[in-house]
Design a protein around this ligand. Structure first.
Ligand code: SF4
Length: 66
């Protein structure tokens, strides 16, 4: 029997996610992936409440990370 506790796989809680402002004036927040496989491209998301990502690269942020 496993006692491992798994966190929900929310894209917003991925250790590879980098939220930043777009480069154009008036641009909104953009969600970039810093994983070596996807480096610099948009995160696949989704960024909806209670919707986990299906991204196979997802890993949880370390405790205390923002
Ligand atoms: S694309 Fe995947 S690995 Fe990259 S930030 Fe989003 S969930 Fe994380």
């Amino acid at each position: 029997m496993s006692t491992e506790v798994t966190a929900p796989r929310y894209a917003a809680r991925c250790k590879y996610l980098k939220m930043t402002m777009g480069i154009r004036a008036g641009a909104n927040l953009v969600n970039l992936c810093t994983h070596i496989v996807r480096d610099g491209r948009d995160c696949v998301g989704p960024f909806l409440d209670d919707h986990e990502t299906h991204c196979g690269l997802w890993e949880p942020k370390e405790a205390g990370a923002r």
